[in-house]
Ligand binder design. Structure first.
Ligand code: ZN
Length: 160
């Protein structure tokens, strides 16, 4: 049995030389940083939501509320691990994922392989099952004005 899931996430972006920019668990060398209660890793947040969605188990807000002070600046890799543990409990394994980053800055192309490799390691999936892409909004809207960055992720799960 196969199950599909999709996740979306957006965070505000600011120029910040001290806060790291983390995408898909990879630290990206950039003048920009994403703002959030946790480390604001939009790729992992969209991915975890997609995995939960495929299993019909709600969203990461239920498991990791952004009002919980103990989760402040938390490493989103822990969110992913908890989600993968839930999938394992339910006898689901990941087949492949397809993620798209949405925004004008920073340019993703120079970092794409690093993000793909990080996700491949975190998920224990071969790199050709971990797609990372990027697009812009042609300078339209908030993302076009570099006010934020978005991520969309689709996953396929297989029941073992
Ligand atoms: Zn998020």
């Amino acid at each position: 049995m196969f199950r599909i899931g999709q996740g979306l996430d957006f965070h505000r972006l600011e120029t910040n030389e001290t806060r790291p920019l983390i995408l898909g668990g990879a630290v990206i060398d950039s003048e920009y940083a994403l703002i959030g209660h946790s480390d604001a890793d939009i790729v992992i947040h969209a991915l975890a939501d997609a995995i939960l969605g495929a299993m019909g188990l709600g969203d990461i807000g239920q498991y990791f509320p952004d009002t919980d002070p103990s989760l402040k600046n938390m490493d989103s890799k822990l969110i992913l691990q908890k989600t993968l543990d839930l999938a394992k409990e339910k006898n689901f394994s990941l087949v492949n994922i397809d993620c798209t980053l949405i925004g004008e800055r920073p340019k993703i192309a120079p970092h794409r392989i690093k993000i793909q490799s990080s996700l491949s390691n975190l998920l224990g999936l071969p790199e050709d099952c971990v797609s990372v892409k990027a697009t812009t909004t042609e300078k339209m809207g908030a993302l076009g004005r570099t006010e934020g960055l978005g991520a969309s992720c689709v996953v396929l799960l297989q029941k073992n």
